[in-house]
Design a binder for this molecule. Structure first.
Ligand code: SAM
Length: 170
């Protein structure tokens, strides 16, 4: 399974970015996210999407990266523009183990680089945690989760033009 650890979250400033980190990782097949700063509003928003659109994505806020990684069984992948090339690192990341992907906001503490099994860059230009995570997850999973059936209250059916949404009647 794939888990996300979002560090440096500031509820006021990072509301949208962290929401998009969670939603993008969910769409690409992650099982859940840990966010270091407590943020009940963020939790509620993500759970609401997960309930409506299905699957079992979980969110826990107020969990430090030290705590989240402590008992984690699997490999820790830290995304940073300073890391090794994603195309070279990918074959070394096991696919038969869980991974936890750490993304930052502002400056990431040096200890994270030490704790990570892999420090990986998605290009060596500065860009965004949302973009870095989406590209990494797409490469790691081959995009296999994008159209999977999540058995939600609502399911969007691909449509060339209009919007087709199927609602489960309960
Ligand atoms: N300046 C910060 C630093 O020195 O760590 C990074 C700020 S950046 C806006 C926020 C996060 O986006 C980073 O912590 C990293 O996870 C991700 N990120 C940005 N560019 C990246 C890249 N080229 N490759 C991998 N991750 C990247």
């Amino acid at each position: 399974d794939i888990w996300i650890m979002r560090i440096g979250h500031r509820p006021e400033r990072d509301k949208r970015v962290t929401t998009h980190v969670a939603l993008s990782s969910r769409a690409l097949g992650a099982k859940g996210i840990y966010v270091d700063t407590e943020d009940p509003v963020l939790e509620e928003n993500i759970r609401s999407v997960a309930t409506r659109f299905g699957g079992d994505y979980s969110i826990q806020t107020g969990v430090t990266w030290q705590k989240a990684t402590k008992d984690f069984k699997g490999k820790i992948v830290h995304l940073t523009m300073y890391g090794q090339r994603v195309d070279e690192a990918l074959p070394k990341i096991p696919t038969d183990e869980d991974i936890m992907v750490i993304v930052g906001a502002e400056k990431v503490p040096a200890e994270v680089y030490q704790r990570a099994d892999f420090n990986i860059s998605v290009g060596n230009q500065p860009h965004s945690e949302i973009a870095a995570l989406a590209i990494f997850l797409y490469l790691y999973t081959g995009g296999k989760h994008l159209y999977e059936d999540r058995d939600g209250e609502m399911t969007v059916i691909p449509n060339e033009r209009g919007k087709t949404v199927v609602k489960k009647d309960d």
